[in-house]
Design a protein around this ligand. Sequence first.
Ligand code: NDP
Ligand code: A1CAB
Length: 256
Amino acid sequence: MAGAIINGIVATGTFPAQQIYVFDINPEKCEALKQKAGIQAADSIRQLIEKCNIVFLAVKPQNFAEVLTAVKPAVNEKILFVSIAAGISTQYIVRSLDCGCPVIRTMPNTPLLIGKGATALSRTANVADEDFQLVLSLFSACGTVTVLDESQMNAVISVNSSSPAYIYLFAKAMLDSAVKQGIAADTALQLICQTLEGSAEMLRQPELTPDDLIKMVSSPGGTTLKALDVFYEHHFEQTVDEAMRACTKRAEELGK
Ligand SMILES: NC(=O)C1=CN([C@@H]2O[C@H](COP(=O)(O)OP(=O)(O)OC[C@H]3O[C@@H](n4cnc5c(N)ncnc54)[C@H](OP(=O)(O)O)[C@@H]3O)[C@@H](O)[C@H]2O)C=CC1
Ligand SMILES: O=C(O)[C@@H]1CCC=N1
């Protein structure tokens, strides 16, 4: 994800590459990011903290304790932290650093790689408006941004951030079925992608609800109703609800 964010920021010229530093515990990944995006590499977390006044925390939630322990000796209240980690609260970051640093908690998604991300953000009360606007502009350079209360930041993972995986799974299942029914995979993929894009655009029409849209497709006595019958028989909506709640539960566990 760090790579996706850096590439987005550099590609859109939102921030000069020479002013961006990266540190990854794996020197090869660090070098690859440096070469690909034309940015600088720091030798250690400490050096990174000393060079930067906005620090993105982009490690897995399981690595947060060790990273914050390494950050703590060099931290000061002027550094703004931007976390992209699932489940990690701003309170946890502030408490671990034992410093009243401003913190922005974000939840981006992988379509950010192609400038089509959807990022949710929340902030601690001491984040300056101009700093928040700057971080909003970094993410909005690679997609849309939505500001939420932090209390919603675990649940939103299931909505925008883990959800690309459910959509890819659905697309894969459609693709497999299309191939089994004799349609060439590349043809089916094009049709599925255009259908997903078109359907998303239809969902954006404020006067049409998802139920209205389902009705528009479902001719009486026709094919769609037969397909929907199978989905309902297999409790499709309940399955999606259970999956999204499992996602949120895992975020809560990761934050403990
Ligand atoms: N993937 C996604 O779609 C999304 C991910 N996120 C969040 O982004 C974060 C990163 O996820 P993702 O990019 O998938 O994970 P990755 O494992 O790909 O990236 C994290 C990187 O941090 C490195 N790392 C581990 N420990 C340290 C350390 N102590 N100091 C410096 N670097 C370290 C890892 O190295 P190593 O591999 O050796 O451990 C790895 O290269 C997570 O918190 C996740 O919740 C948020 C939204 C979407
Ligand atoms: O699977 C994960 O934990 C991360 C967070 C959201 C998307 N990927």
